[in-house]
Design a protein around this ligand. Structure first.
Ligand code: HEM
Length: 411
């Protein structure tokens, strides 16, 4: 295996990911300067174990290049560090871990629910729900950023799209949480196994999907589950694949948007001048603000690809089968692309961040849906002329999700 002495294997340690992103930024800045593509030892994050080292890609141009070259850097062998059988990966991540032509076909079924027209239609309801969330939060004078504000809209939105009844929504949220958060030891109760918890949560979500699919076969509506049960791709999707897609949406659609919103509250509280500027001219600044929150926070820290052949990347010789990890967190602070990259700037334009991925076939399907939710929440907060005063966040100690577990906020 190749080695690279300049990186000291920091990215593979739990200690590195237990630091706040502002601290990690120093290491990433050095890697971008000295070793844009560096070989890192097998991750030592606790669970689940990984036996292989990986290439860390840290600059914006290389993250974009790899994302847009799926023939050479595929997703079909996994997109996280874990070496797992593909059947297990697909059970949890559906088309996220597939390559063309299967990826194209299955993504195609669900992408009809994400056309600009469908999102605009849905946005009418999202906007009304956002108004309610803001009204309650402001009336209470604030509360916890996550529980009382950020978690409400993503959960409602994804449930509405999938046609998930109210009584099932909290159970879905909890299971989706466990799926991604188990890597933080503080969230795994004493004496319990994080991997087992994650598997159990996955089975809970699969069970919900099977129940919903049966209901929609008998009584179709215009929600996503109905579109899945009616599709004839692969001779009709079976319950197992529908469960996997359900799981992907429950995880991808919830905590990413929620964390962006929580980070947004913190950033705007820390930069009152910027929030003032947004409140003074929301029509001009609300959309650039949303992009800047996603760039600055980078709620998804990294995704992995696998080399399908021997190839050179950023001066390094990558061997077929090697894992190549795209650190969006680093690319989004790349000084060669973003002027004054360390600054939070709601007027940043252009803002070619890779928070939703670096382009290519796996680019975030829910990007416009996420943008709509974040925009609507902050637009209503701006209209209420809310002053945001956020306390210290408790961060999730994760190498994958840049999450806020809790944070007191007064408005
Ligand atoms: C701010 C919020 C969000 C962020 C930061 C985010 C980020 C990402 C990233 C980085 C990827 C991988 C891109 C790649 O590999 O090139 C991704 C994929 C995906 N996202 Fe999002 N996402 C967000 C919200 C959402 C929402 C709201 C949904 C759905 C309702 C969603 C659904 C998906 C799906 C289905 C994929 C897989 C696409 C594929 O493999 O073809 N995301 N997202």
């Amino acid at each position: 295996m190749p080695t690279d002495n300049t990186t000291h294997g920091k990215l593979s340690t739990k200690a590195f990911w237990s630091q706040p992103a502002s601290k990690r930024a120093e290491t990433f800045a050095r890697l971008r300067r000295e070793a844009p593509v560096s070989f890192q030892p097998p991750p030592d994050f606790g669970t689940p174990p990984s036996t292989r080292g990986y290439w860390a890609v840290t600059t914006a141009d290389l993250v974009t290049h790899v994302s847009r070259t799926p023939e050479t850097f595929c997703s079909g062998k996994g997109v996280n560090f874990e070496d797992m059988p593909i059947e297990l990966l697909e059970a949890g991540s559906a088309f996220l871990v597939m390559d063309a032509p299967r990826h194209t076909a299955i993504r195609g079924i669900v992408s009809r629910a994400f056309t600009p027209r469908r999102i605009a239609e849905l946005d009418v309801a999202i906007n009304a729900r956002a108004a309610e969330v803001v009204r309650e939060f402001v009336a209470a004078g604030g509360g916890d950023a996550v529980v009382d504000f950020a978690r409400k809209l993503p959960l409602w939105t994804i449930s509405t799209m999938m046609g998930i009844p109210g009584e099932m929504q909290d159970a879905m949220y909890d299971a989706a949480e466990v799926m991604t958060a188990y890597v933080d030891p503080s969230l795994v109760p004493e004496g319990q196994d994080g991997t087992a918890m994650s598997m159990e949560a996955a089975m809970t979500l699969h069970g919900m999907a099977t129940q919903l699919a049966a209901e929609r076969r008998a009584n179709p509506g215009d929600d996503l589950i109905s579109a899945l049960v009616q599709s004839d791709v692969e001779g009709g999707l079976n319950d197992h694949m529908i469960g996997s897609i359900f799981l992907l949406f429950a995880v991808a659609g919830n905590d990413t948007t929620r964390n962006s919103t929580s980070h947004g509250l913190k950033l705007l509280s820390d930069h009152p001048d910027q929030w003032q500027a947004v409140k003074a001219d929301p029509d001009r600044l609300i959309n650039p603000m949303v992009e800047e929150i996603v760039r600055y926070a980078t709620p998804v820290i990294q995704f992995r690809r696998t080399a399908t052949c021997d190839v050179e990347l950023g001066g390094q010789q990558i061997a077929e089968g090697d894992m190549v990890v795209l650190f969006y967190e680093s690319a989004n602070k790349d000084e060669s692309v973003f002027e004054n990259a360390a600054a939070f700037d709601v007027t940043r334009d252009p803002n070619p961040h890779v928070g939703f991925g670096g382009g290519g076939p796996h680019f975030c399907l829910g990007a416009n849906l996420a943008r709509a939710q974040i925009r609507d929440l902050f637009r209503h907060l701006a209209a209420a002329d809310a002053h945001i005063d956020a306390g210290e966040p408790t961060y999730l100690a994760s190498h994958f999700v840049h999450g806020i577990v809790g944070m007191p906020v007064s408005v």
